[in-house]
Design a protein around this ligand. Structure first.
Ligand code: PTJ
Length: 245
């Protein structure tokens, strides 16, 4: 970790950079993940580096959708594993959903290192991609999945997704919940529910909301009223106003 003082005005943001850089050094995060992180930082700046009401609305709907799922699954890539392993594990426990490693950039041994990293943080039974179970409509490494995980799932939680797999999962009839700071991304537009927020802020809030709702029968009506397009529009309006306040 670097020696950024806690008093630095951008301490939190710089700490996240440290985590991503450490992820690359540990062989968990792809070098491409650094670029994706930079893009996320730029959007986070525009979003105000805080969870906005449109994200809270999506988090509420996401908790209902994930709690109502028969086979929810949490897909883990190299960026999220480095940034928020504890949040992923906690969400898995609250939802009683397995974690499954699924990465875009193929690098020997990275999937195994992500699994070990999650296990070191307390995860049990992390599912791994297999060659016998494959997603339709997709050619990248993301197509290799576990038969009892992403293949079987009805709702897939995929923070920091790439648009191709999101589209494939939707075509296969699955619901997708994503976290993406860019409300204009293909993933953001194609997902069933898009939380436009930094994954490090969104995950604890999603855990909290899921825990709060888990004792009730999930309010399905809320999902009928929820409009992802309206949430994305609200995020875009917020971004276009940023700097004018
Ligand atoms: O580990 P791998 O090989 O699966 O690769 C993971 C990355 C993230 C590199 C891969 O999925 C990728 O290239 O993603 P994209 O297409 O660059 O999309 C990442 C999206 O996540 C972009 O829209 C970013 O704005 C957004 N993003 C980046 N960091 C964060 C974020 N959204 C929420 N929280 C973040 N911390």
């Amino acid at each position: 970790m670097s020696d950024v003082p806690k008093t630095h005005p951008r301490y939190l943001s710089l700490t996240l950079r440290d985590k991503i850089v450490a992820g690359v050094a540990q062989g968990i995060t792809s070098t491409h993940g650094l670029i994706a992180h930079g893009r996320g930082e730029a959007f986070d700046y525009l979003v105000g580096e805080a969870t906005q009401p449109f994200a809270m609305e999506a988090i509420h709907a996401a908790a209902v959708m994930l709690l109502s799922a028969e086979h929810p699954i949490i897909s883990v890539n190299g960026n999220v594993a480095a940034l928020a392993p504890e949040g992923l594990i906690e969400l898995g426990q609250v939802l009683n959903a397995p974690l499954e490693v699924n990465i875009f950039h193929t690098e020997t041994g990275r999937e195994q290192k992500i699994r070990e990293h999650l296990q070191k943080h307390g995860a049990s039974g992390v599912l791994m991609p297999t060659t016998e179970a494959q997603l339709s409509y997709i050619d990248s490494n993301r197509k290799f999945v576990h038969p009892e995980g992403i293949l079987k799932a009805d709702v897939v939680f995929v923070p920091l997704e790439d648009g191709d797999r999101c589209e494939a999962l939707r075509k296969m009839g699955k619901d997708v919940v994503t976290v993406d700071l860019n409300p204009m991304s293909r993933t953001a537009k194609q997902a069933s529910i898009t939380i436009v927020d930094n994954v490090v802020r969104a995950l604890p809030l999603l855990c909290e909301k899921s825990r709060e709702l888990s004792s009730d029968v999930p309010a399905q009506d809320l999902l009928k009223r929820y409009s992802n397009a309206a949430v994305l529009q609200a995020a875009l309006q917020h971004i276009s106003r940023s700097g004018n306040d």
